[in-house]
Write a protein that binds this ligand. Sequence first.
Ligand SMILES: Nc1ncnc2c1ncn2[C@@H]1O[C@H](COP(=O)(O)OP(=O)(O)O)[C@@H](O)[C@H]1O
Ligand SMILES: [Mg+2]
Length: 309
Amino acid sequence: MSVIEVQRLTKDYGSGRGVFDVSFSVEEGEVFGFLGPNGAGKSTTIRHLMGFSKPQSGNTRIFGKDTFENYCDILGKVGYIPGEIALPTGLTGWEFIRMMQNLQKCRNDERLEYLLNLFELNPEGETKRMSLGVKRKLAVVTAFMNDPQVLILDEPTSGLDPVMQEVFVEFIEQEKERGKTILLSSHIFGEVDATCDKIAIIKDGKIVSDFVANDLKHASEKKYKIGFADSSVYEKFLRTFEHAQILDIIEKNPSNYAVTIATDDKYISEVINSLSKYPLKDFTHIKETLEDYFMQYYKEDKDYGGALH
Ligand SMILES: Nc1ncnc2c1ncn2[C@@H]1O[C@H](COP(=O)(O)OP(=O)(O)O)[C@@H](O)[C@H]1O
Ligand SMILES: [Mg+2]
């Protein structure tokens, strides 16, 4: 049985908004990355998973229990960081922490102390006067303070400064080592790439890709950039390999006498053997990042810069 299950979840808000037939599962001890730009449907999926909303169709389960029907039970067992933090007003940070401990029916002061130090959070003072960054830290600390086995984190690093984002990513790696089951939503490639075992990409409310992170890292098809000594060598290579079985020419750069090829690992000896007959200037492996892969689904997004907007 999977720890987290979303089965054919649909919530149609009209005009193409919402989530449609979303399914995925997270096994015990796995870190699952839920990646997509703003408005893709991450928070909608996660709110249903937390049992806050009733699905139009499909269902969501944690530990095999329907989350909408077992909402209180789930709150006590799952650490949750909401996408938008709305803290109750009229409370100090400490009062909020005590309130959450009561709700979670658990108190682990040693763990709390550790987290306050790690995230450099001083919970004195009223929540309404806290900056966004401090509010986010309070949400992080309260989600983790009772050491839950399952964590559902909706864009947990948004609002944190870059140093704290790094602290957070390292902390997630430690939590993974400790066997936690984690769902992490994000629009930032780097943090998902650094932490997740499995990744699903959501776009316009639908899952467009779902894969094991290592499969992508160890994909047998690889890309190489080859620079030739001069134009005659470059032209000769093109003529010879235009329709070759062992490699595909995916980009030509005549002004630099360079090409980018894709080839499968099983052909690499043959490719290198053939290339040894050509005078080369350089030969470079092009690393396919998660970001490159992700962009295949987002080609129409013009102005991204390491993150999707
Ligand atoms: N309560 C709601 N009523 C109407 N539309 C909503 C509601 N919640 C979300 N949406 C819409 O559903 C889509 C997905 O939103 P959301 O799940 O918040 O995306 P994400 O978390 O990936 O940024 C958006 O187009 C959003 O405007
Ligand atoms: Mg969101």
